[in-house]
Design a protein around this ligand. Structure first.
Ligand code: CTP
Length: 406
């Protein structure tokens, strides 16, 4: 993923939320980033450098004048650290640290690094509601924003003080999402719009019952994240699934196939047309002819409901003048995988169809992995078993290359 091999400086400051930075350091390190932690003096009152050193496997910087085994004059080295980094992430950031950075102070290692940094700066504030709302803090945030500093949160919630309000540190997972978004912004899909569909659709039988399918939405959400990692503007049109929206993604919630068709036509064809459409949703092909307005009551014997065909969304897109330059479909098949996929590729006028055999136990609907074939008009490529995230990255690479060549 995007953070792999990236150099990230994680600045930790003296907020009660400092312990949550450990989860960020751990997540980024496990994803393959080289994480150099700088702690302010106040941060060390809440957590120890050893925590971060153990999680990152790298030295932790605590002072301009040495510390954590460093010698004098080490601040020169840290100016270099700031120059080489891909991202300076300050999480949690106190009002005091933001004030120092907004005013260009350079009186500790973190502020020196921020002043000298050439990489993007991302700040996740955490403080009490009164401090966050204070005019001085808000003015400092404005200054930082006008200078291009990005912010992750804060959110509204319960604080350590027991008060409720704006100032709460956002979840470490979400902060990692912001980091991915910033790291990816100059990727191969910069300036491109990508529309992804995900999840099942749901067709009502009556107010309490519906027809749907086993799609978890995970592959589609992974595609949306991979498109953000590549720098795209992403619209994710998702059926009813309970998954967090990746940071940087605009999510449109739909229920039925007809709602999904409307949303796809609006976001991928109408207005500013998308450069690419990736239909990974498992669209219900049929719906009850007429949903009952009242709950269907039990009676003896059998019950039958007439089903009528839903629109084929890819077919609707294929007939549009402003059709996206690249259209990708997915084919879940239980037999004749390649032949069926090729047939869909032709009928739906696709550039690529990602075919998977849903009878395999390690691929498809409810598992984390997928075993897919990339089928185009020219070739069939069999990919090994991999995570849905890895499949998503491969699809986005394919789309990027195709768009670059068009
Ligand atoms: N699809 C669509 N509209 C539908 C049904 C499917 O746009 N009403 C899209 C899916 O999102 C997927 C591709 O078409 O990208 C293939 O979906 P699949 O269900 O495999 O194909 P169907 O055409 O429905 O064929 P079948 O169910 O008979 O295999």
């Amino acid at each position: 993923m995007i953070v792999e091999g990236k150099r990230i400086i994680l600045g930790v400051t003296g907020s009660i939320a400092a312990y949550k930075a450990a989860a960020i350091a751990s997540h980024l390190t496990q994803s393959g980033a080289l994480v150099d932690v700088i702690m302010t003096d106040a941060a060390q009152r809440f957590v120890t450098p050893l925590t971060f050193q153990s999680l990152t496997g790298r030295p932790v910087y605590t002072s301009m004048w040495g510390g954590s085994g460093e010698g004098l004059g080490s601040h020169i080295a840290h100016v270099a650290l700031g120059h080489e980094a891909d991202l300076l992430l300050i999480a949690p950031a106190t009002a005091n640290t933001m004030a120092r950075i907004a005013n260009g102070l350079a009186d500790d290692l973190l502020s020196v690094t921020a002043l000298a940094a050439r990489c993007p700066i991302l700040i996740a504030p955490a403080m009490d509601v009164g401090m966050y709302g204070a005019p001085a803090t808000q003015a400092n945030i404005e200054i930082l924003k006008t200078r291009g500093v990005r912010f992750a949160g804060p959110t509204i919630g319960r604080m350590a003080s027991g008060l409720e309000g704006l100032g709460r540190f956002i979840d470490p997972e979400e902060i990692v999402g912001y980091a991915r978004w910033v790291l990816g912004e100059n990727g191969p899909l910069r300036g491109r719009k990508v529309v992804v569909t995900a999840g099942p659709t749901r067709e009502s039988l009556d107010p309490v019952r519906f027809l749907s399918n086993r799609s978890s939405g995970r592959q589609g959400f992974a595609l949306a994240q991979a498109a953000v990692d590549a720098g795209a503007e992403v619209v994710l049109i998702a059926g009813p699934v309970d998954l967090p929206t990746p940071v940087g993604v605009g999510r449109v919630k739909v229920e039925t196939a007809r709602e999904m068709e409307q949303a796809v036509l609006e976001h991928a064809v109408g207005g500013r047309p998308a450069d690419a459409l990736i239909m990974s949703a498992a669209v219900a092909d049929y719906r009850p002819g007429e949903a009952s307005g009242q709950k269907i009551k039990k009676s003896t014997g059998t019950l039958s409901a007439e089903l009528v065909a839903n629109p084929d969304i890819l077919m609707s897109v294929a007939s549009q003048k402003n059709r996206p330059a690249v259209v990708v479909g997915f084919a879940a098949e239980s037999q004749e995988l390649i032949a069926n996929a090729q047939d869909k590729l032709d009928r739906k006028k696709l550039d690529l169809i990602v075919a998977n055999d849903i009878t395999a136990t390690d691929a498809g609907f409810a598992v984390d992995t997928n075993r897919v074939h990339f089928v185009t008009g020219e070739s069939v490529e069999e990919l090994p078993l991999m995570s849905k995230e890895a499949v998503a990255a491969r699809v986005i690479d394919w789309v990027s290359e195709r768009l670059a060549a068009s």
